[in-house]
Design a protein around this ligand. Structure first.
Ligand code: GLC
Length: 415
Protein backbone atom coordinates (compact mmCIF):
# COMPACT_ATOMS: atom_id res chain seq x y z
CA UNK A 1 0.00 0.00 0.00
CA UNK A 2 1.53 3.34 -1.04
CA UNK A 3 1.85 5.85 1.83
CA UNK A 4 0.06 9.20 1.73
CA UNK A 5 3.32 11.03 1.05
CA UNK A 6 4.21 8.36 -1.52
CA UNK A 7 0.95 9.03 -3.41
CA UNK A 8 1.58 12.79 -3.52
CA UNK A 9 5.08 12.16 -4.84
CA UNK A 10 3.81 9.59 -7.34
CA UNK A 11 1.23 12.04 -8.70
CA UNK A 12 3.56 15.06 -8.62
CA UNK A 13 4.24 16.51 -12.07
CA UNK A 14 6.68 19.22 -10.95
CA UNK A 15 4.47 22.18 -10.16
CA UNK A 16 1.07 20.51 -10.22
CA UNK A 17 -0.35 17.20 -9.03
CA UNK A 18 -2.65 14.87 -10.95
CA UNK A 19 -5.56 13.47 -8.90
CA UNK A 20 -4.79 10.00 -10.31
CA UNK A 21 -2.13 8.96 -12.82
CA UNK A 22 -4.45 6.46 -14.50
CA UNK A 23 -7.85 8.22 -14.38
CA UNK A 24 -7.31 12.00 -14.12
CA UNK A 25 -3.99 12.96 -15.76
CA UNK A 26 -4.36 16.78 -15.55
CA UNK A 27 -4.90 19.35 -12.79
CA UNK A 28 -8.40 19.75 -11.30
CA UNK A 29 -9.54 22.87 -9.47
CA UNK A 30 -10.87 21.70 -6.13
CA UNK A 31 -8.47 18.76 -6.09
CA UNK A 32 -5.59 21.28 -6.30
CA UNK A 33 -6.87 23.02 -3.17
CA UNK A 34 -7.07 19.82 -1.09
CA UNK A 35 -3.79 18.56 -2.52
CA UNK A 36 -2.06 21.83 -1.56
CA UNK A 37 -3.02 21.14 2.06
CA UNK A 38 -1.25 17.78 1.76
CA UNK A 39 1.88 19.37 0.30
CA UNK A 40 1.91 21.92 3.11
CA UNK A 41 2.77 19.11 5.53
CA UNK A 42 5.80 18.14 3.41
CA UNK A 43 7.01 21.28 1.66
CA UNK A 44 5.06 24.57 2.11
CA UNK A 45 6.60 26.19 -0.99
CA UNK A 46 5.37 23.24 -3.08
CA UNK A 47 1.84 23.82 -1.73
CA UNK A 48 1.89 27.40 -3.05
CA UNK A 49 3.25 26.16 -6.41
CA UNK A 50 0.21 23.88 -6.68
CA UNK A 51 -2.10 26.88 -6.28
CA UNK A 52 -0.11 29.09 -8.67
CA UNK A 53 -0.37 26.36 -11.31
CA UNK A 54 -4.13 26.00 -11.11
CA UNK A 55 -4.55 29.78 -11.27
CA UNK A 56 -2.64 29.79 -14.58
CA UNK A 57 -5.83 28.42 -16.12
CA UNK A 58 -8.01 31.34 -14.99
CA UNK A 59 -10.07 33.04 -17.70
CA UNK A 60 -10.04 36.79 -18.36
CA UNK A 61 -13.55 37.12 -16.90
CA UNK A 62 -12.37 35.57 -13.61
CA UNK A 63 -13.71 32.04 -14.06
CA UNK A 64 -11.46 29.33 -12.67
CA UNK A 65 -11.84 26.33 -14.97
CA UNK A 66 -12.30 22.90 -13.43
CA UNK A 67 -9.53 21.25 -15.47
CA UNK A 68 -6.22 22.77 -16.58
CA UNK A 69 -4.57 20.71 -19.31
CA UNK A 70 -0.95 21.58 -18.54
CA UNK A 71 0.31 18.76 -20.78
CA UNK A 72 -1.18 16.33 -23.29
CA UNK A 73 -2.42 12.87 -22.31
CA UNK A 74 -4.45 10.29 -24.20
CA UNK A 75 -5.81 8.77 -20.98
CA UNK A 76 -8.78 11.08 -20.45
CA UNK A 77 -12.04 12.13 -22.08
CA UNK A 78 -12.97 14.92 -22.77
CA UNK A 79 -9.75 16.35 -24.13
CA UNK A 80 -9.18 20.07 -24.85
CA UNK A 81 -10.54 19.75 -28.43
CA UNK A 82 -13.98 18.90 -27.07
CA UNK A 83 -14.08 22.09 -24.99
CA UNK A 84 -12.44 24.20 -27.70
CA UNK A 85 -11.98 27.24 -25.45
CA UNK A 86 -9.03 28.66 -27.42
CA UNK A 87 -6.79 29.31 -24.41
CA UNK A 88 -3.21 28.51 -23.37
CA UNK A 89 -2.87 26.45 -21.28
CA UNK A 90 -5.96 24.66 -22.58
CA UNK A 91 -8.77 24.36 -20.04
CA UNK A 92 -12.30 23.10 -19.67
CA UNK A 93 -15.13 25.64 -20.00
CA UNK A 94 -16.77 25.12 -16.59
CA UNK A 95 -15.79 25.65 -12.96
CA UNK A 96 -15.88 23.68 -9.69
CA UNK A 97 -16.71 24.54 -6.04
CA UNK A 98 -14.50 27.44 -4.86
CA UNK A 99 -12.57 25.82 -2.00
CA UNK A 100 -9.39 27.61 -3.09
CA UNK A 101 -9.85 30.79 -1.02
CA UNK A 102 -10.36 28.85 2.20
CA UNK A 103 -7.20 26.87 1.54
CA UNK A 104 -5.18 30.02 0.79
CA UNK A 105 -6.39 31.48 4.10
CA UNK A 106 -5.49 28.29 5.99
CA UNK A 107 -1.99 28.19 4.46
CA UNK A 108 -1.46 31.91 5.02
CA UNK A 109 -2.52 31.68 8.67
CA UNK A 110 -0.26 28.69 9.23
CA UNK A 111 2.75 30.68 8.06
CA UNK A 112 2.09 34.23 9.28
CA UNK A 113 5.53 34.42 10.91
CA UNK A 114 7.19 33.88 7.53
CA UNK A 115 7.10 36.95 5.20
CA UNK A 116 7.48 34.61 2.20
CA UNK A 117 4.13 33.02 3.05
CA UNK A 118 2.24 36.29 3.07
CA UNK A 119 3.94 37.22 -0.17
CA UNK A 120 2.71 34.00 -1.82
CA UNK A 121 -0.84 34.68 -0.59
CA UNK A 122 -0.65 38.28 -1.78
CA UNK A 123 0.29 37.11 -5.27
CA UNK A 124 -2.89 35.03 -5.43
CA UNK A 125 -5.17 37.78 -4.14
CA UNK A 126 -6.14 39.34 -7.53
CA UNK A 127 -7.06 35.90 -8.91
CA UNK A 128 -9.22 35.11 -5.88
CA UNK A 129 -10.94 38.48 -6.02
CA UNK A 130 -11.71 38.01 -9.72
CA UNK A 131 -13.03 34.50 -9.11
CA UNK A 132 -15.45 35.66 -6.38
CA UNK A 133 -16.54 38.59 -8.55
CA UNK A 134 -17.27 36.15 -11.36
CA UNK A 135 -19.41 33.90 -9.17
CA UNK A 136 -21.41 36.82 -7.77
CA UNK A 137 -22.03 38.44 -11.15
CA UNK A 138 -21.86 35.90 -13.99
CA UNK A 139 -23.42 33.09 -11.93
CA UNK A 140 -25.82 34.79 -9.52
CA UNK A 141 -29.47 33.95 -10.00
CA UNK A 142 -31.12 37.40 -10.11
CA UNK A 143 -34.07 36.50 -7.89
CA UNK A 144 -32.27 34.63 -5.07
CA UNK A 145 -28.56 35.50 -5.32
CA UNK A 146 -27.85 31.76 -5.29
CA UNK A 147 -25.08 30.81 -7.70
CA UNK A 148 -25.88 28.50 -10.59
CA UNK A 149 -24.05 25.37 -11.72
CA UNK A 150 -24.55 24.56 -15.39
CA UNK A 151 -23.04 21.08 -15.46
CA UNK A 152 -23.05 18.23 -12.91
CA UNK A 153 -19.25 18.29 -13.22
CA UNK A 154 -19.31 21.85 -11.85
CA UNK A 155 -20.72 20.57 -8.57
CA UNK A 156 -17.80 18.14 -8.24
CA UNK A 157 -20.37 15.38 -7.55
CA UNK A 158 -21.06 14.28 -11.09
CA UNK A 159 -23.78 11.61 -10.76
CA UNK A 160 -25.30 12.73 -7.46
CA UNK A 161 -29.00 11.67 -7.42
CA UNK A 162 -30.44 15.22 -7.18
CA UNK A 163 -29.10 15.80 -10.70
CA UNK A 164 -31.11 12.87 -12.15
CA UNK A 165 -34.27 14.91 -12.83
CA UNK A 166 -32.66 18.02 -14.39
CA UNK A 167 -30.24 15.81 -16.35
CA UNK A 168 -33.10 13.74 -17.81
CA UNK A 169 -34.52 16.95 -19.32
CA UNK A 170 -31.31 17.84 -21.17
CA UNK A 171 -31.93 17.42 -24.92
CA UNK A 172 -29.20 15.01 -26.03
CA UNK A 173 -29.96 14.92 -29.79
CA UNK A 174 -27.37 13.52 -32.19
CA UNK A 175 -23.96 13.32 -30.54
CA UNK A 176 -20.76 12.78 -32.47
CA UNK A 177 -19.34 9.42 -31.39
CA UNK A 178 -16.99 9.70 -28.40
CA UNK A 179 -14.96 7.23 -26.39
CA UNK A 180 -15.06 7.20 -22.60
CA UNK A 181 -11.73 6.42 -20.99
CA UNK A 182 -12.84 6.28 -17.34
CA UNK A 183 -14.32 2.80 -17.60
CA UNK A 184 -11.00 1.43 -18.85
CA UNK A 185 -9.33 2.34 -15.53
CA UNK A 186 -12.28 1.65 -13.18
CA UNK A 187 -15.15 -0.90 -13.17
CA UNK A 188 -18.19 0.54 -14.98
CA UNK A 189 -20.46 -0.21 -11.95
CA UNK A 190 -18.45 2.32 -9.94
CA UNK A 191 -18.79 5.11 -12.52
CA UNK A 192 -21.64 7.16 -14.08
CA UNK A 193 -23.82 5.40 -16.68
CA UNK A 194 -23.60 5.80 -20.48
CA UNK A 195 -26.87 7.73 -20.46
CA UNK A 196 -25.46 10.19 -17.93
CA UNK A 197 -22.29 10.60 -20.00
CA UNK A 198 -24.33 11.37 -23.12
CA UNK A 199 -26.09 14.16 -21.23
CA UNK A 200 -22.74 15.42 -19.85
CA UNK A 201 -21.35 15.65 -23.37
CA UNK A 202 -24.55 17.25 -24.72
CA UNK A 203 -24.29 20.02 -22.10
CA UNK A 204 -20.67 20.68 -23.06
CA UNK A 205 -21.69 20.90 -26.73
CA UNK A 206 -24.44 23.36 -25.87
CA UNK A 207 -22.13 25.55 -23.77
CA UNK A 208 -19.54 25.51 -26.51
CA UNK A 209 -22.18 26.44 -29.14
CA UNK A 210 -22.91 29.67 -27.21
CA UNK A 211 -19.17 30.31 -26.71
CA UNK A 212 -19.53 29.89 -22.92
CA UNK A 213 -21.46 33.18 -22.77
CA UNK A 214 -22.57 33.30 -19.13
CA UNK A 215 -25.47 35.70 -19.80
CA UNK A 216 -26.95 33.31 -22.33
CA UNK A 217 -26.32 30.35 -20.03
CA UNK A 218 -27.99 32.03 -17.06
CA UNK A 219 -31.12 32.35 -19.19
CA UNK A 220 -31.11 29.09 -21.06
CA UNK A 221 -28.45 26.58 -20.06
CA UNK A 222 -30.14 23.18 -20.45
CA UNK A 223 -29.03 22.23 -16.92
CA UNK A 224 -29.13 24.92 -14.21
CA UNK A 225 -29.15 24.11 -10.52
CA UNK A 226 -28.38 25.95 -7.28
CA UNK A 227 -26.14 23.30 -5.76
CA UNK A 228 -26.14 23.35 -1.97
CA UNK A 229 -22.48 22.23 -1.95
CA UNK A 230 -21.26 25.03 -4.22
CA UNK A 231 -23.35 27.66 -2.44
CA UNK A 232 -22.18 26.54 1.00
CA UNK A 233 -18.55 26.42 -0.10
CA UNK A 234 -18.90 29.88 -1.65
CA UNK A 235 -20.45 31.28 1.55
CA UNK A 236 -17.46 29.99 3.50
CA UNK A 237 -15.03 31.23 0.83
CA UNK A 238 -16.60 34.72 0.89
CA UNK A 239 -16.23 34.88 4.68
CA UNK A 240 -12.64 33.63 4.34
CA UNK A 241 -11.95 36.24 1.66
CA UNK A 242 -12.82 38.94 4.20
CA UNK A 243 -10.37 37.37 6.68
CA UNK A 244 -7.69 37.10 4.01
CA UNK A 245 -8.17 40.76 3.06
CA UNK A 246 -7.61 41.69 6.72
CA UNK A 247 -4.50 39.53 6.90
CA UNK A 248 -3.10 41.12 3.73
CA UNK A 249 -4.25 44.56 4.80
CA UNK A 250 -6.28 45.24 1.65
CA UNK A 251 -9.79 46.63 1.20
CA UNK A 252 -12.46 44.30 2.57
CA UNK A 253 -15.53 46.07 1.11
CA UNK A 254 -16.20 43.84 -1.90
CA UNK A 255 -15.62 40.64 0.06
CA UNK A 256 -17.90 41.82 2.86
CA UNK A 257 -20.74 42.53 0.43
CA UNK A 258 -20.35 39.08 -1.16
CA UNK A 259 -20.21 37.39 2.24
CA UNK A 260 -23.46 39.09 3.32
CA UNK A 261 -25.13 38.04 0.08
CA UNK A 262 -24.07 34.37 0.10
CA UNK A 263 -24.89 34.02 3.79
CA UNK A 264 -28.43 35.18 3.12
CA UNK A 265 -29.00 33.24 -0.08
CA UNK A 266 -27.86 29.93 1.44
CA UNK A 267 -30.95 30.14 3.65
CA UNK A 268 -33.08 29.81 0.48
CA UNK A 269 -32.00 26.16 0.36
CA UNK A 270 -33.11 25.33 3.90
CA UNK A 271 -36.14 23.08 4.16
CA UNK A 272 -37.62 23.52 7.62
CA UNK A 273 -39.97 20.55 7.24
CA UNK A 274 -37.18 18.00 6.76
CA UNK A 275 -34.61 19.97 8.76
CA UNK A 276 -32.14 19.79 5.90
CA UNK A 277 -30.54 21.82 3.12
CA UNK A 278 -31.32 20.74 -0.45
CA UNK A 279 -30.28 21.89 -3.91
CA UNK A 280 -32.77 23.57 -6.23
CA UNK A 281 -33.60 23.31 -9.91
CA UNK A 282 -33.30 26.88 -11.21
CA UNK A 283 -35.46 26.12 -14.25
CA UNK A 284 -38.48 24.74 -12.36
CA UNK A 285 -37.88 26.24 -8.90
CA UNK A 286 -38.31 22.82 -7.28
CA UNK A 287 -36.22 21.38 -4.46
CA UNK A 288 -33.95 18.56 -5.57
CA UNK A 289 -33.82 15.54 -3.27
CA UNK A 290 -32.62 13.26 -1.90
CA UNK A 291 -30.26 14.76 0.69
CA UNK A 292 -26.62 14.07 -0.09
CA UNK A 293 -23.19 14.61 1.44
CA UNK A 294 -23.44 18.17 0.08
CA UNK A 295 -26.46 18.79 2.34
CA UNK A 296 -24.00 18.82 5.28
CA UNK A 297 -21.60 21.34 3.73
CA UNK A 298 -23.58 24.24 5.25
CA UNK A 299 -21.82 23.11 8.46
CA UNK A 300 -18.53 24.00 6.73
CA UNK A 301 -20.01 27.30 5.50
CA UNK A 302 -19.79 28.76 9.03
CA UNK A 303 -22.93 30.84 8.39
CA UNK A 304 -25.85 28.67 9.60
CA UNK A 305 -27.75 28.88 12.88
CA UNK A 306 -27.10 26.53 15.78
CA UNK A 307 -30.56 24.99 15.44
CA UNK A 308 -29.83 24.22 11.77
CA UNK A 309 -26.50 22.66 12.80
CA UNK A 310 -28.34 20.55 15.41
CA UNK A 311 -30.79 19.32 12.78
CA UNK A 312 -27.92 18.32 10.50
CA UNK A 313 -26.23 16.45 13.36
CA UNK A 314 -29.46 14.54 13.96
CA UNK A 315 -29.46 13.38 10.30
CA UNK A 316 -25.78 12.47 10.43
CA UNK A 317 -26.34 10.22 13.44
CA UNK A 318 -29.20 8.45 11.62
CA UNK A 319 -27.09 8.07 8.49
CA UNK A 320 -24.22 6.64 10.53
CA UNK A 321 -26.32 3.80 11.94
CA UNK A 322 -27.89 3.02 8.57
CA UNK A 323 -24.75 3.22 6.41
CA UNK A 324 -22.03 1.95 8.76
CA UNK A 325 -19.64 4.81 8.03
CA UNK A 326 -19.87 8.56 7.67
CA UNK A 327 -20.48 10.46 5.43
CA UNK A 328 -22.27 8.45 2.73
CA UNK A 329 -22.61 10.64 -0.37
CA UNK A 330 -26.36 9.93 -0.63
CA UNK A 331 -29.07 9.53 1.99
CA UNK A 332 -28.86 5.81 2.90
CA UNK A 333 -32.66 5.75 3.36
CA UNK A 334 -33.20 6.86 -0.27
CA UNK A 335 -34.00 4.35 -3.05
CA UNK A 336 -31.21 6.04 -5.06
CA UNK A 337 -28.59 4.95 -2.48
CA UNK A 338 -25.92 2.72 -4.04
CA UNK A 339 -22.89 1.89 -1.88
CA UNK A 340 -20.45 1.51 -4.76
CA UNK A 341 -21.44 3.91 -7.54
CA UNK A 342 -19.37 7.08 -7.31
CA UNK A 343 -21.41 9.96 -5.77
CA UNK A 344 -24.53 7.85 -5.16
CA UNK A 345 -23.45 6.38 -1.81
CA UNK A 346 -19.69 5.98 -1.31
CA UNK A 347 -17.74 8.02 1.24
CA UNK A 348 -15.34 10.70 -0.06
CA UNK A 349 -12.57 12.12 2.10
CA UNK A 350 -12.85 15.73 0.94
CA UNK A 351 -16.49 15.93 2.00
CA UNK A 352 -15.65 14.20 5.29
CA UNK A 353 -12.93 16.73 6.04
CA UNK A 354 -15.16 19.73 5.35
CA UNK A 355 -18.05 18.24 7.35
CA UNK A 356 -15.75 17.41 10.27
CA UNK A 357 -14.31 20.93 10.25
CA UNK A 358 -17.84 22.34 10.24
CA UNK A 359 -18.89 20.05 13.09
CA UNK A 360 -15.94 21.15 15.19
CA UNK A 361 -16.61 24.82 14.46
CA UNK A 362 -20.23 24.43 15.57
CA UNK A 363 -19.21 22.71 18.81
CA UNK A 364 -20.10 19.16 17.76
CA UNK A 365 -16.74 17.65 18.62
CA UNK A 366 -18.05 14.14 19.30
CA UNK A 367 -19.53 13.76 15.84
CA UNK A 368 -16.51 15.46 14.27
CA UNK A 369 -14.33 12.83 15.95
CA UNK A 370 -16.52 10.04 14.61
CA UNK A 371 -16.23 11.37 11.04
CA UNK A 372 -12.44 11.43 11.50
CA UNK A 373 -12.44 7.90 12.98
CA UNK A 374 -14.48 6.49 10.11
CA UNK A 375 -12.17 8.23 7.63
CA UNK A 376 -9.05 6.90 9.34
CA UNK A 377 -10.41 3.36 9.37
CA UNK A 378 -11.35 3.44 5.69
CA UNK A 379 -7.91 4.67 4.65
CA UNK A 380 -6.08 2.22 6.94
CA UNK A 381 -8.15 -0.67 5.67
CA UNK A 382 -8.25 0.16 1.96
CA UNK A 383 -5.49 2.68 1.20
CA UNK A 384 -5.58 6.04 -0.58
CA UNK A 385 -8.57 5.17 -2.76
CA UNK A 386 -10.80 7.67 -4.55
CA UNK A 387 -13.93 6.64 -2.56
CA UNK A 388 -15.09 3.92 -0.18
CA UNK A 389 -18.06 1.61 0.27
CA UNK A 390 -19.58 2.77 3.58
CA UNK A 391 -20.94 -0.69 4.43
CA UNK A 392 -17.96 -2.93 3.65
CA UNK A 393 -15.17 -0.35 3.84
CA UNK A 394 -13.91 -1.53 0.42
CA UNK A 395 -11.81 0.94 -1.56
CA UNK A 396 -13.38 2.00 -4.88
CA UNK A 397 -12.52 4.03 -7.98
CA UNK A 398 -8.93 5.05 -8.61
CA UNK A 399 -6.07 3.85 -6.41
CA UNK A 400 -3.40 6.33 -5.22
CA UNK A 401 -5.85 9.23 -5.25
CA UNK A 402 -4.51 12.72 -4.61
CA UNK A 403 -6.96 14.37 -2.19
CA UNK A 404 -7.37 11.20 -0.12
CA UNK A 405 -3.61 11.13 0.40
CA UNK A 406 -3.43 14.89 1.01
CA UNK A 407 -6.16 14.84 3.66
CA UNK A 408 -4.80 11.66 5.25
CA UNK A 409 -1.67 13.70 5.97
CA UNK A 410 -3.14 17.13 6.65
CA UNK A 411 -6.22 16.09 8.60
CA UNK A 412 -5.80 12.52 9.83
CA UNK A 413 -2.04 12.86 10.28
CA UNK A 414 -1.53 9.41 8.78
CA UNK A 415 1.20 8.06 6.61
C1 GLC B 1 -14.33 13.43 -10.64
C2 GLC B 1 -14.99 13.97 -9.37
C3 GLC B 1 -14.57 15.41 -9.15
C4 GLC B 1 -13.05 15.50 -9.12
C5 GLC B 1 -12.42 14.86 -10.37
C6 GLC B 1 -10.92 14.73 -10.30
O1 GLC B 1 -14.79 14.07 -11.76
O2 GLC B 1 -16.37 13.86 -9.45
O3 GLC B 1 -15.11 15.91 -7.96
O4 GLC B 1 -12.64 16.81 -9.02
O5 GLC B 1 -12.93 13.57 -10.56
O6 GLC B 1 -10.54 14.05 -9.15
Amino acid sequence: MTSAEGVLRLNDRGDFTVPSASLYPFQWLWDAAFIALGWSTIDPARAWDELDSVVRGQWDDGMMPHVVYHHPSALYFPDPDIWDVGRTPPTSGITQPPVLTSVVLALARAGTSDPATLERARRLWPALLACHHWFHTARADPSTGLVASFHPWETGMDNSPPWDGPLARVPVGELAPYERKDTVAVAAEQRPTTKEYDAYVAIVMHMRSVAYDQRVLLERAPFAVADVGTNAILARADADLVELARLLDVDTAAAEAWAASSRQSLQELWDGASGCFCSRDLRTGTALGPATGASFLPLWSSVISSSQADALCHHLARWESAAGALVPSTDPFSPAYDTSRYWRGPVWLNVNWMVAEGLRATGNDGLAGRVADHSGRLVTHSGMREYFDPASGAGLGAADFGWTAALARYWLEMD
